[in-house]
Design a protein around this ligand. Sequence first.
Ligand SMILES: [Zn+2]
Length: 493
Amino acid sequence: MNLLKDPFISTTEGKVSLKDILTTDNDYQLQYFFDETQLAMLQMLASLTTVVLNPKIAELKGYLANGLTPEQYDQALDKIESNWFEDDCFMQSKPAMEVKKFTAQICNLVSGIESSGTGNASGLFSEMLNVDKICPDCFHVLNYNLHMNIKGDCFGSSGATGIRGGGSLATLISGGTLKATLLANTVAVDYFTEKTQPVRGIENRFMWDKPLTGDIYSASKIGLERGLFALAYHISFQAKAESCVCDLCGIESDKSVTHFDRIKYTGSYGSTKKGRDGGAGWWLHPYTPINMKDDGVYAVCARDQHWQSWQELSSFIVGKELEKTSFVQAPIVSQFSKLNISGQHNLLIGGNIANQASIVGRIYDLYSMPASLNKHVGRLSIVVEEGVEQKSKLSAAFKPLSSKTHVGYDKNFVGGIKEQAMQRFTANAQQIIQQILLDVDRKEAAQLRREAMLALNLEAKVIFKSVQSKYQHDLPLFKALVKGEHVLYKTKA
Ligand SMILES: [Zn+2]
């Protein structure tokens, strides 16, 4: 099987090839049971498309507007060494000498299902048996996901961290069809070069062709294609001649994969402390928003399991400068602004919420974006601002409650009441904001702001009222809550 030629992609219409998706108007839907597999698949396919088309920004614009023909795909394929995408070598480097291998069940490759030996490792699924047999085609997306998203700590001391760091968020452009999505996330080589200003001696061969060497993996030496499929482990797997229904895609296969072997790389990328301190530098991954701080560059991660993506939505799209840090949107988003393509597109924000050695949650949120991002990005920001404003009002409404600690209430107890309410607001605001943004193209900024204000203020009031009614028989607390209430009813001067 070759990933650039053969049907290995699971869709609701069965397995199809990358060429089928890119060169027909059929509206294929990916079929993978877990949304992190889906998210990884979108990134892997768009990266494969980048390798095949290798487009300049003007060419990419043409593909987005007119599509591409099967002949164009074949011509592009003829220009590259497609043998590196055979299923027995793609993203599978081999160690130079005999070293100890770690063998693990296939479920270990699905983020969210963990069996690390560390005490605080927890999976999202209680049953590891949810994934115990997969088809050989699905192995590649899991392998890709391991290298791009999973924190080394999740495998304990035998784990390594990849080029983007562990648990970093990804932002992707989502178009009306799978084809439009893949093309919108294809990297224009001239745009990427302009962003990264490559140095001399850059290496662009894949790591399973020309492995990394040394203790520090210098970002400035890693070319686009090499980085898009950067490795952190030697991986191998065996497909057994036993038929199965794949636990990832649900399609029947005459072969199955139940285990894989891994050996970690010993050097470090700039995504780790060791690499950062050693001067490796950050490799600008096209799908990863970053945080530039005084002491180096970090991938943007979800902070904890109560974090909701709407709060940072504006900075995912336009970036944000704060005192000691600047938040830079993923290159694929700034490329999208530059492409200025017409038609409705959404922003997909996804990733794992990683906490030390465990994965405690996942993000997979879609937001409507204005058709002309350059002209109307402000509409989106004001909706988010309104959310932040109502959140701070709700917080202020709890202020008199905090002052009750001096009359004998436990600080943690009182703090907990507020924290729970704030978490509820942040979570519910997620859907409200997504809903309001559905109209981002049809309504003016002032109207969007007003709708956001009304809906979010109502939500804050409902949450506050429910806390009041819960403590109505606890007079000191109830009085404090009544005292704070007016903040939510104040209108802006
Ligand atoms: Zn499968």
